[in-house]
Design a protein around this ligand. Sequence first.
Ligand code: GDP
Ligand code: IMO
Ligand code: MG
Length: 440
Amino acid sequence: MPRLETGRGVMGKNVVIVGAQWGDEGKGKVVDILSEYADVVVRFQGGNNAGHTILVGEDKIILHLIPSGILHPGKVCVIGNGVVVDPAILIEEIEALEKRGLFHHENLLVSKDAHLIMPYHKKIDNAKERLRGSGRIGTTGRGIGPAYADKVSRCGIKCGDLLREEDFRFKLKTNLLEKNHYLTTIFHEEGYEIHDIYHEYSAYGEKIGRYITDTSVFLNDSIREEKSILFEGAQGTLLDIDHGTYPYVTSSNTVAGQAATGSGIGPTRIDTVIGIAKAYTTRVGEGPFPTELDEEEEAHLREMGGEYGATTGRPRRCGWFDAVSTGYAARVNGMDGLVLTKLDVLDGLKEIKICTAYRYGGELIRNFPTETSILNACEPSYETMEGWLESTQGAKDFSDLPRNAQRYVRRIEELIGVEVVMVSVGAERKEAVMLKNPFC
Ligand code: GDP
Ligand code: IMO
Ligand code: MG
């Protein structure tokens, strides 16, 4: 619990950041801003399916695994037990940051209990997508689903296993017996030789072994020492395995509750939950999307917002802000505050729509249904607001925003029932208006 006021914020305050839509809401940018007030930044789920972009001056950095707090010197960045780790990507990311002078060994910890993404996970991910054909999920192809499936099936291999040669070899051997059979007979793909993977992963173990530890002990000690922790969610609420638009979801829990499970702290240690939403909506991959615009209509949002995936480069599907789905995200996360990003993308629009309800079976519904067939049959009911046709960029204070932009933000706040704590008006670090600091 927060205890002591300091000039910087409240000591010992723990804040969770989650995506309130289908991912890519600008979590990286917001975490980068809030990291200044935290001592520790933790990733608690997902893997390198995430792509968190941070723009510092001309420098664009996309992080997939390492928490976005790494850009602030002296912050300890933790990859929690709930994450699935592709060690090759982790090493690539460390080396890329090192080249820019942004990495210090003592600032990274990786949970011994985080599961490893293995080469066969990536192959199975892609082979399953091919087999699904038109029913594909549109995964990132990073092996995320198969790695989490092994974790739940109790045959996964953990980061900590890299530290014990015999354990690793035994688990790999057992897995390959099954995986090679599965790959060759079901997918007609080639299998793997144990020594190839063993040597590859032993080399990874030598490089990342120094970071692997019991991060739950570290985090709980940090809480006892009244340090402030920022939990950085990946993906978004509507991609959550339980609460999202299943089966068009990712394979982890993306909601705030996972911050505790995925890092080894108790839920009683979380003080504040902040949801991040764009001022409109996007989605990458397949699945229902009630406010999606047709190709011509979405062009403005896609081009002005640069809506191309940070991980796969795929064009993102774009649509109006959906108060039904974002209100649902507020509910399942117990959201205390909302950050609205990319308001500047709406600057050139004469009229802006907000979906306030769905029309389904002759009725108006306001509780988000997660079933694909129901969502596909839902027609958004819109409220139209006047645009502001002025630039929001450079705003430092809420009152600097054009009057209609202020109205738009307040209307969203009213519809969602959650206070807006920050408005982002550009990709750059400084381009944001903080209404209330979640750490204070
Ligand atoms: P994340 O996965 O939630 O971290 O989001 P991504 O990094 O995948 O996508 C968000 C994109 O929007 C990135 O390219 C950011 O640089 C950019 N961005 C973030 N906030 C703003 C903003 O307020 N305005 C504009 N124009 N771009 C933003
Ligand atoms: P960040 O953290 C947007 C989507 C994929 C696909 C589905 C399943 O940058 O917001 P997966 O590879 O996870 O099995 O794919 O989830 N997806 C994301 N969409 N942002 C992300 O992460 C995503 N991570 C996964 O496009 O539809
Ligand atoms: Mg992203």
